[in-house]
Design a protein around this ligand. Structure first.
Ligand code: ADP
Ligand code: MG
Length: 301
């Protein structure tokens, strides 16, 4: 069986012991499969960012335990004893390009590896490798990161995270603010990286089309609680439940539901509502075939 990252009754209280105490995570118990893509969805303020910051011990639980890489993290874990986690878990925050700071693209990506104790030569080699991986051409490496386009800057920032060679990659709305083309390119880049390097990817997303197309599992947060976790298909099959939570369905599913309402009959199987444009295509071809078969049958009578 695949290993997992396990949260065992994890709570996080901000400003504990003050009048401003705020319970941002409440008794979260969940198991995240390794080497797969898990999406985290939920409204603003539901605790998604708080949750992911526990994955590299930027935050520690106020109560409960986290098990990962054979270790256990609790409120008592010492800050210094968790440094290794920063390397194993790469964190791409929202708008990561805002954290670029070096004179050149290459130096920016080398910063992490140098910080983790590599020599200049090794750091440069790995920086070049990761820049190539995120699709940035060598002509940019000696330029200032601030001369690049928004999408290119973000690639540099992501190369910087990859340069620490993490096993887990955490993405907090990684495509926010990109144009549709840049968005698709970047999502495909993450999926390719995940496959090539067998990474565990945990991705916060508001875009249900991405969740449907790329995630293996989905975790739903509401007011600090994990209210559902399942395979992507599983979660979207609960379409009424999602609507009740005011969460969207992928456009493919909405399209078919509207079509079914207009036709006054169902053409999809309730257990397999289409999640992607490709699945809508398959469904419509099947439906066309069914109608043709039926018409032929009528003609024979
Ligand atoms: N540093 C903080 N101090 C106090 N409250 C915070 C802090 N960070 C987040 N919160 C609160 O915790 C809740 C969850 O926030 P967050 O994890 O950022 O949610 P999400 O990422 O789902 O939007 C929100 O109500 C937010 O206001
Ligand atoms: Mg957030």
């Amino acid at each position: 069986m695949a290993e997992s990252i396990v949260f065992d009754n994890v709570s996080h209280v901000y400003n504990q012991g003050t009048p401003f105490a705020f319970h941002a995570l409440k008794d979260v118990t969940v198991s995240i499969p390794e080497r797969q893509i898990t999406a985290i969805v939920g409204h603003t303020g539901s605790g998604k960012s708080t949750f992911i910051q526990h994955l590299n011990a930027l935050m520690r639980p106020t109560h409960g335990k986290i098990h990962l890489f054979g270790e256990t993290i609790t409120a008592d874990s010492k800050h210094d004893s968790l440094k290794w986690l920063r390397k194993k878990v790469g964190m791409v925050f929202q708008f990561p390009e805002s954290q670029l700071f070096e004179e050149t693209v290459l130096k920016d990506v080398m910063f992490g590896p140098l910080n983790f104790g590599m020599n200049e030569e090794q750091a440069e080699q790995i920086a070049r490798e990761k820049l190539r991986l995120v699709g940035l051409a060598p002509e940019f490496y000696e330029r200032s990161p601030f001369e690049l386009s928004g999408g290119q800057m973000r690639r540099v920032a992501i190369a910087g995270v990859l340069a620490q060679e993490p096993e887990v990659l955490v993405l907090d709305e990684p495509t926010a603010g990109l144009d549709p083309y840049g968005h698709d390119q970047m999502m495909r880049m993450f999926v390719d990286l995940q496959k090539q390097q067998q990474l565990t990817v945990i991705m916060v997303s508001h875009q249900m089309d991405d969740v449907a197309a790329y995630a293996d599992h989905v975790m739903v947060f509401e007011r600090g609680e994990k209210v559902k976790m399942g395979t992507t298909r599983d979660i979207f099959n609960h379409s009424q439940w999602l609507k009740d939570k005011q969460l969207e369905l992928p456009h493919a599913a909405t399209f078919i539901q509207k079509l079914e309402t207009a036709l006054g009959r169902s053409i999809s199987n309730a257990e397999a509502i289409p999640l992607t444009v490709e699945e809508v295509g398959q469904l419509l071809i099947r439906e066309k075939q069914r109608i043709e078969d039926w018409n032929e049958g009528e003609g024979n009578v």
